[in-house]
Design a binder for this molecule. Structure first.
Ligand code: CP
Length: 316
């Protein structure tokens, strides 16, 4: 164990004390920002955002995070169109070039495993901002931070993960983190075609986390403390026909949330399509915009701790 530089998977996070430290620093970042007193701890650092897939939250929040800490950003609009991959350059060569220009690379790529491939050749930290249907570790970190902020705890909660559990990389990363906690029950709510892959269920089994696969969301609504809704990942389907078959499987609207506990929270990594109706946005239980805001402070904390060697991680 040591202060590893790459963030590829949430499996690297060894225990909850590391997460608690991260939450403390994220809180500190939020307070400093509110008081307009952010310490410029990353002055002179350059962040490269290399996104081969679209992004609003992850890319902008990372870019803002480093700038608030005194660093700078280099980027390209849609790396798959405007970087030299269009001329046939490999990901490895692209990373070997960017490492000469930047101190950290935030990588989003359509292929599962690409972040590890980049890390294998990189002398600067690689942060996985989503690798196909694999993982999205920083999203999961901000998700678990949001649960802690909203509910005051993570242990002893009933958590429903809803929607595309097959391709939803945020769910995959979040499950690894949830498995560090105790006395939680996880409901895996999906259509049969989009069930959670066995390898992620194996983590839950190994860590003795109670879970249940459910198709009918109505059966569990009144039991849950956290409902984490995900988009059906249209871009991962082999055909439009397959997507159409599962599209709109779960729609959270005013009628549905009548069955939720008064103190439950509704989360979503966003972007949403039709799975949470905008009429739910004004409900106090709708936490998804607060969740996105937490992403900025969590990523500021992560960058700060990464560069200061404060992130103790488990080697993959
Ligand atoms: N949650 C998330 O990853 O959003 P973006 O695709 O907008 O970055």
């Amino acid at each position: 164990m040591g202060g590893l530089k790459h963030i590829i998977s949430t499996k690297q996070f060894l225990d909850t004390s590391i997460l608690e430290n991260l939450f403390l620093v994220a809180n500190q970042m939020e307070n400093e920002d509110k008081n307009k007193k952010i310490k410029q701890t990353l002055k002179g650092k350059i962040l490269a955002s290399l996104f081969y897939e679209p992004s609003t939250r992850t890319r902008f929040s990372f870019e803002v995070a480093i700038q608030k800490l005194g660093g700078k950003v280099i980027t390209t609009e849609s790396a798959s169109h405007f970087s030299s991959v269009t001329k046939g350059e490999s990901l490895q060569d692209t990373i070997k070039i960017l490492q000469e220009y930047a101190d950290v690379i935030i990588l989003r790529h359509n292929k599962e495993g690409s972040a590890q491939i980049a890390a294998d050749v990189s002398s600067v930290p690689i942060i996985n901002a989503g690798d196909g249907a694999g993982e999205h570790p920083t999203q999961a970190l901000l998700d678990i931070y949001t649960i802690k902020k909203e509910k005051g705890k993570i242990n002893d909660l009933n958590i429903a993960l809803v929607g595309d559990l097959l391709y939803g990389r945020t769910v995959h990363s979040l499950l690894n983190l949830l498995s560090l906690y105790s006395a939680i029950k996880i409901y895996l709510v999906s259509p049969p075609e989009l069930k959670l892959p066995q390898k992620y269920k194996d983590v839950l089994i190994q860590e003795n986390i109670q879970f249940e696969e459910v198709e009918d969301i109505k059966k569990i609504l009144n039991k849950i403390d956290v409902i984490y809704v995900t988009r059906i990942q249209r871009e991962r389907f082999l055909s439009q026909k397959e997507y159409e078959q599962v599209k709109g499987s779960y729609i959270i609207n005013k009628e549905v949330i009548k069955s939720l506990k008064e103190d439950a929270i509704i989360m979503h990594p966003l972007p949403r399509v039709d799975e949470i109706s905008p009429e739910v946005d004004d409900d106090k239980r709708a936490a998804y915009f607060r969740q996105a805001r937490n992403g900025l402070y969590l990523r500021m904390a992560l960058l700060h701790m990464l560069f200061n060697g404060e992130l103790k991680q488990r080697r993959l």
